[in-house]
Design a protein around this ligand. Sequence first.
Ligand SMILES: C[S@@+](CC[C@H](N)C(=O)[O-])C[C@H]1O[C@@H](n2cnc3c(N)ncnc32)[C@H](O)[C@@H]1O
Length: 466
Amino acid sequence: MRLRQVALVARKLAPVVDDLTAVLGIEVAFNDPGVGRYGLENAVMPIGDTFLEVVAPTRPAAAGGRYLERRGGDGGYMVILQADDALAERARVEGMGIRVVERIDRPGAVGSHLHPKDTGGAILSIDGMEPPQEWQWAGPSWREHVRTDSSLAITGVELQSPDPAALARRWAEILQQQAERAERGEWRVRLPGGGLLRFVEATDGRGEGVSGVDLAVRDVAAIVARAKQRGLPTGDDSVMLCGTRFRLRQTLRMRSLALPGIEEYAEAHTTLPPAHLGAIELETVARSAAPQMMVGPLEGRLLKMLVHMVQPRSVLEIGTFTGYSSLSMAEALPSDGSITTLDINPLHAEIARRHIAASPYAGRIEVVLGPALQSLRDLPGPFDLVFIDADKGNYLNYYEAVLPKLSPRGVIAVDNVLWSGSVLDPAPTEEDTLAIKAFNRHVANDPRVECVMLTVRDGLFLIRNR
Ligand SMILES: C[S@@+](CC[C@H](N)C(=O)[O-])C[C@H]1O[C@@H](n2cnc3c(N)ncnc32)[C@H](O)[C@@H]1O
């Protein structure tokens, strides 16, 4: 289950769409003639592979029009989730006594709008697509309208209510997830396929409904500046559009260890990655709570350069995530080279396998699902290049498991060895920091190897047999 679309409602469509596209740097992909039967017009705008919709009434008595009256103007309207088996979900929620007020059953697309009186909060729709990467509500050519220079993905939606705890529990029950208490009275339901539902107290007199959208963006300050220019209300990291607060989060970068602007400078003077890596970035931002785990463009190009220099026939990666680093390395593999990559998380493996299959390197990369230490037992080696980038607590175990299987001229590369600078803490208490410091000490004192620690991004250790 993942968050795929948020719909807002406006009195007038055109000016709101104008603000949204100009401020967020997005484009309209589709005006769905099908919403005419509800007395509405709409515009659907892709943000990565998630979608923002605005509907506006074309007749005063339309459902959207009544909603505008009740909530006192433009605002949030509907939350659309995507399920693997939307028909099974429909049957399940109906079994809970929740009424389905609108059913859409077409080839390749299923939709079930649930009765807001039964769910509380907003109109919740549980939809399904075949194939799942598609999204018929955004029309046949939405991919041509994805712009990635500014906004990357909708990562969450905020619902306000006089009783956020009760609403969070109700949605968690409906979606078979856990409601967690967060800071400042906020409640959260995290969707396993990506997206966060946040529940906050209603304090603006507008009552229960969608009050905010969380966006992953490239540059918060640039979006806030564009909103200010248009005279829209803004905060330090938020903009008000269509009566809805858009909370902006810059998610792709790790905290930089270099001088401000230096990493961006280095990236700007580094060869651009291919388009298929951009597609991974977008999906990762939308579906992962920690997209900065991807090595990203700078380190990805470094890994490719390393493969180019080492010319490994056999590459082992520990920590696939969504496939960015594997696919970066694959670009420079010699013709008889292959990559085996290990990950414990089924969602990560699913995303990685799909992107690998769609890339020019299908068949050259095998994703092995399971705890890496266990998978490693069945992999005899020898490995010419090993990239370690999984759970930090096991770094030492991974190193000891792969070193005997490293080919004589092989190289081990280990990511995040500077851990955002925490390695400088003389008495750390955080477990990962302790593990990384112990690992770094162990390698630096290991007479079997020669090593060099690079201060690229979050620190990359290069290690070879003496
Ligand atoms: C930092 S991410 C890897 C990023 C990836 N190299 C990239 O650049 O896109 C770490 C990955 O390690 C995986 N992981 C964590 N513990 C693991 C374990 N015990 N065995 C295998 N994989 C594990 C996580 O699921 C996560 O996908």
